[in-house]
Design a protein around this ligand. Structure first.
Ligand code: FES
Length: 373
């Protein structure tokens, strides 16, 4: 279990985090689970599309004040459809976004069956450097997100710090056995009903399951009062998240198209990717970087095979894409790394343009492909 958060440094705070709270450096974190009234699915397609467009625009308008990540919970639970994970500095921004979402044409059809408010805070059980790093969340762009509220027994708080530290050392050691799982612990004491909201980002759901199961055997688990409901969420762009709501007349989703044998899916407008630029899109639930180099259009996995950076934020030159994090360079035609530290190739996709759009398909097998890459 990794925690790759990073602080801003220059801390003047005390080790319990109160100084950071006073200086406003801690973050407000909100998990808003929305459910859509089935009546919305009976609206005409154009009305539904207008509602989705308005909601996307409402969230986009907050990009300067909040980090907002969208996830689909459709098919994972019966009581929620969408998660908006929001990270910001002010409660007022969280409230204003909720208001704007409700003002969209989709708003009258939305309820919020689960809502968790929390803040970042320094952990008292880790090193000072790690505690500092936890003041700021840095979402990992992983495909899966697991969230649950958490309450400890009151007996836990009566134990000495040494006793708690001993148990937490075991807990932390178990977590470190699962580096593919990134933990984000946030604190809700007094802000909301739970004491913590714990969230995990990973591309490997099986690793998360094994981690949680192993933690049940740790002594600290005896002091858990409540850690439900638990949510399994799939990371998608907001528009793609809304598309998973599904309704009669909707175009088939990329994932469903794959299941039904359809191969090519329109993922962007041709004009969205100018020469020398890259754009991240979702295809079959995966992040894909569309890249135009000269006349040629390419599509490769968006996450760097070294440490998951978003390659759509990289630079394009000489038919290659360079990662913005540590400089790995990948050949766009093959996905092969030509310069490290990455040493694994990227998945490449078949790409074509038609009717003013950019279309993707899995590269294998694509009989009769008119791939432009
Ligand atoms: S994340 Fe791309 S080179 Fe390290």
């Amino acid at each position: 279990m990794s925690d790759r958060t990073a602080g801003r440094g220059n801390s003047k705070s005390s080790s319990d985090g109160r100084g950071d709270e006073a200086s406003g450096r801690r973050q407000i974190v909100k998990f808003s689970f929305y459910r859509v009234d089935p009546a919305w699915r009976r609206l005409p397609v154009a009305e539904r599309d207008a509602g989705k467009d308005a909601l996307v625009a409402a969230v986009d308008a907050f990009s300067g004040r909040l980090q907002v990540r969208s996830y689909s919970v459709v098919g994972m639970r019966g009581d929620a459809d969408i998660l908006l994970w929001q990270i910001g500095e002010r409660l007022e921004d969280i409230q204003a976004l909720a208001t704007e979402v409700m003002r969209t044409p989709l708003g009258p059809y939305l309820s919020m069956p689960h809502s968790y408010l929390a803040m970042t805070r320094k952990s008292q059980y880790v090193s000072p450097a790690e505690a500092e790093a936890r003041l700021h969340l840095h979402p990992a762009e992983s495909k899966y997100f697991f969230v649950y509220p958490f309450v400890k027994t009151r007996e836990w708080y009566q134990l000495s710090l040494e006793e708690r530290q001993e148990m937490m050392n075991v807990h932390i050691a178990v977590g470190r056995k699962y580096p593919s799982v990134k933990l984000n612990t946030t604190y809700s004491f007094g802000l909301d009903d739970q004491e913590f909201v714990v969230s995990f980002e990973t591309d490997e759901p099986a690793d998360f399951l094994d981690l949680v199961m192993e933690l049940r055997g740790a002594k600290s688990s005896l002091y858990t009062l409540r850690d439900t409901p638990a949510f399994t969420c799939i990371s998608l762009g907001l528009r793609e998240t809304l598309d998973t709501l599904g309704a009669p007349g909707d175009p088939v989703s990329a994932a469903a198209a794959q299941a039904t044998g359809e191969q090519w899916q329109r993922v962007a407008d041709d004009a969205d990717v100018p020469e020398g630029a890259a754009k991240m899109v979702y295809f079959a639930g995966e992040q894909v970087a569309l890249v135009r180099a000269g006349e040629q259009l390419y599509a490769v996995a968006n996450r760097c095979s070294h440490a998951n950076a978003s390659l759509a934020d990289g630079t394009v030159a000489d038919g290659a894409l360079t990662c913005p994090s540590h400089g790995s360079t990948f050949e766009l035609a093959t996905g092969e790394p030509s310069c490290g530290p990455a040493n694994r190739p990227l998945t490449t996709y078949a790409v074509r343009t038609e009717d003013g759009g950019i279309w993707l398909a899995q590269r294998e097998p694509v009989p009769g492909s008119t791939s432009g890459a």
